[in-house]
Structure formats: C-alpha cells, structure tokens
Design a protein around this ligand. Sequence first.
Ligand SMILES: NC(=O)c1ccc[n+]([C@@H]2O[C@H](COP(=O)([O-])OP(=O)(O)OC[C@H]3O[C@@H](n4cnc5c(N)ncnc54)[C@H](O)[C@@H]3O)[C@@H](O)[C@H]2O)c1
Ligand SMILES: [Zn+2]
Length: 359
Amino acid sequence: MSVFFEISASSGAYQVVIERGAFGRLLQPTEDRVVIADEYFVPQIEALGHKVIPIFAAETSKELARIPEIISRLREMGASRKTTLVAIGGGVVQDVAGFVASVYMRGMPWIYMPTTLLGMADSCIGGKSSINVGRYKNLVGTFYPPGQISIDPELAATLSVEQRVAGLAEAAKIAYCRGEDAFSQYMAMGPTVHSETAALTEAVQLSLGSKKWFIEVDEFDRGERLLLNFGHTFGHAIEAASHFRISHGVAVAVGMLAALKLGGELGRHYDTHNRVHALKGHVEELLGSVSELGAAAREMTLDDLMAAFEADKKHSAGHYALIVVREDGDVERLLMERTPRSAELVRAAFAGVLERFGS
Ligand SMILES: NC(=O)c1ccc[n+]([C@@H]2O[C@H](COP(=O)([O-])OP(=O)(O)OC[C@H]3O[C@@H](n4cnc5c(N)ncnc54)[C@H](O)[C@@H]3O)[C@@H](O)[C@H]2O)c1
Ligand SMILES: [Zn+2]
C-alpha cells in the first residue's frame, strides 16, 4: 500500500509517496536522468545500469569547496537544465543534491529518495539545503524542494542502531512540537530501534504529516517552523564539540534533554506534565541504545560546548535564541539576554547532560 500526500510551497506543490519497494521502481531506465547517491548504494544502482555520482556521506562532503567537482561531473555527463537529478541517500546527499540542483544552470528538476530514517521522517520535506563553509556548518544554502519525494521504508532495514535513534529522535521532536494529540498518537505507536518496517512507516507518516503543517504555515523559517529547532541549538554545539562523532539526530536528542534541563534551571516546573515525562523517558530510552555516546560525552569539554553554543548563527548580538518547553508542555522560542548569568545557566544545562551520559 502506498501513502501519498502533497506539500504546498511557493515554488509549487510537490508530492511525497511512501511505498515499500519504491527503490527498484525509481530506478527503471528513463531518459534524461543523472543519479547522485550515497556510496553505500552505488553498487546496487550501477547493477541496474545507471551511471552514478557517488557521495561519501560525511560532513566533509557538504563543503562548499566540494560543490564545483559535482557541478563539473554533471556537465561532463551531459546534464542540461531539463535533466532530472535523482538523489538517493541520507541528509548529506540531500543537502548536496538540493544545493547543486538549485544552482546548476540556474535550477534543474530533482527527485529525492531518502535512505536514512532521519531523511524519511524529517529532512526530506521542507525544501532546505545546507552547505558547510570551512568550520561553519550549514552556513549557506537554498530553499529548493524536489518535485517528488519517494520513500521506500524497506531501506531502513540496513541502518545502524545509531541511525535509527537519530531518525526516531527527530520524529519524536516533530510530533512533540506539533502538540499533545500528535505526540500521544506517536507514542501510542510505540516506536523503538527494533520496530519493524510497518511500524517505522507509521512513525514516518505521522512525523511528515506533523511537519507538513509547520512548513506550510511558515515555509521560510520566520515563525512557527522555528519551533522545530527544539534541541538543535544545544544539538549543533554537541555535534561540533564531539567533532561530529555524535551524529545530528543523536545530538538533537541530547539537545532536547539539555533544553529541558535549561527549563528547570529557569525555574520551570514540569512535574505535573505527562507529555514532558513521556518525551524525556522516550528520548532517554532511545539514547540508551547508542553505545558510543558515553565515550564521546567523556571527551567533550564544557568549554568546547559553550564556544560552539556561543557561535550558533541563530543567536543575535544581544540574545541567545533557543527553543524551550513551557510549563504547560508546549514549546516556545525564548530570547535570553546574553549575560554572564544566562551563559551560566546554559553551561549548567550542558553539565547536566554530560554528567548523565559521560559518567
Ligand atoms: N536539509 C535539511 O533539512 C536537513 C535536516 C536535517 C539534517 N540535515 C543534514 O543531514 C546530515 C545527516 O544526515 P543523515 O543522518 O540522514 O545521514 P547521512 O547522510 O549522514 O548518513 C549516515 C550514514 O548512514 C549510511 N546510510 C545511509 N542510508 C543507509 C541505509 N539505508 N542503510 C545503511 N546505511 C545507510 C551512510 O552511508 C552514512 O554512513 C547532516 O549533515 C545534517 O546537517 C539536513
Ligand atoms: Zn535536525
């Protein structure tokens, strides 16, 4: 059975199809296509008779300096502005392909098939591409959604436990931010790292359905969509301070716990809130299966975490910009004046999670 929905965007509506076995069908021979894919899938794609631009799925591949190589490859393969770029992979491939598609001959059509749970449940919709410039992660990018997103949940079967945690953490975050109903529906599905394809498909569907609301009311990240940055300001600092040993989705999971800790430091009481407890318990359980987290946490220093936090592009000169949980359980955007006292509270939140995972 396939699930279909449409996302409206200023560049026109685009389709999302969730269908088991879609991988084989996507790669039926058709004219005028160029495939760009995670190295992991290259042998399978070549076996189906396609030439592929391979991408090694790591932050270094998202460097702006690496983009010209890919653009030259497209030119050498004879791509015109009418050629469709077919991108197959996780968030790294999505970011690179989305960026390249948006600038190649001023924009070429593209199709995306996410292969990680994070890609399926979160990043595939919303149209963003993010490229790293030197030590600045995701500093440049474009809004250029693919014309079609094709999700084959069976691809999740080969993902590592850490990759599953990363995707489920982002899915839980989206459902939580959407509100009480979406989150309780999500939790009732009981998603775990051991969930079978059918259960993961349900989780992906609910997560995308919830994210659809945010990106349609606020396509360009000016209001409501910013709430989806819950866990991300702390998370980005954790990714950076771990030298990217901790992957994005896992760092966001730890980041949500840090944001809750900061809420506590700010004097907010969550004691009576089942939704907050459910989220905390779920995220802690997910993180419990990431075996490398302890070692990575022990290697991080509070100074590195604070330096990365301070450098986040979402802050302004006078304020830290953070998503925190209110006492009623909803998320809100908080602008905290950049004072030594605020820095101390942020540091205490980081210290809390380091202690939790690093001891
Ligand atoms: N543009 C956006 O909206 C957006 C949103 C969130 C994250 N991101 C970016 O996405 C990146 C992280 O992406 P990600 O977590 O999806 O993964 P990834 O692309 O970094 O891949 C992670 C690992 O999983 C492997 N892999 C991919 N699919 C697999 C499969 N089906 N089976 C086995 N192994 C597989 C890859 O080879 C790689 O080793 C970060 O750079 C982050 O900044 C972008
Ligand atoms: Zn994220």
